[in-house]
Design a protein. Sequence first.
Length: 147
Amino acid sequence: MRQMVVILILSSCISGQNCWSVTYTHQRICALKGSTVDISCSYTYPSYHQIKTAFWFTEWESGMDAEDLSSVPGYEGHIEYLGDNKSDCTLRITDLRLSDIAGYRFRFITSGEKIHGSTVSLAVIGNLSLISHITLVTLIRAVIQTQ
């Protein structure tokens, strides 16, 4: 048994030797216009690297650098990075607008790597009274299935 534990530990270190990851609590989020939403996120990287910068972005074209949302007009004062530049990368968006409907991604840059997570899709419902019961049930089921 002792040998097996050692093998598992070595296997874990070898298979995750780079230990790079970005993990979101939810891949799809649906919220009401005017509300506040937190996109919960955590990340890991090898301890011998140092974080140079960490940020969220929405659009990214291959070959181009991703643009930090906090410097994009319309997002200033509307988003807040709650992360700690160590492992927490949670993003808060306040006073949700229909224009916030997008795919959000977290990126961090270390002394040697640029890593980004997959996309978190944010849907914003404008006026609940205009949504039919069937549409609302469908939205709720979609959110529940992704959790």
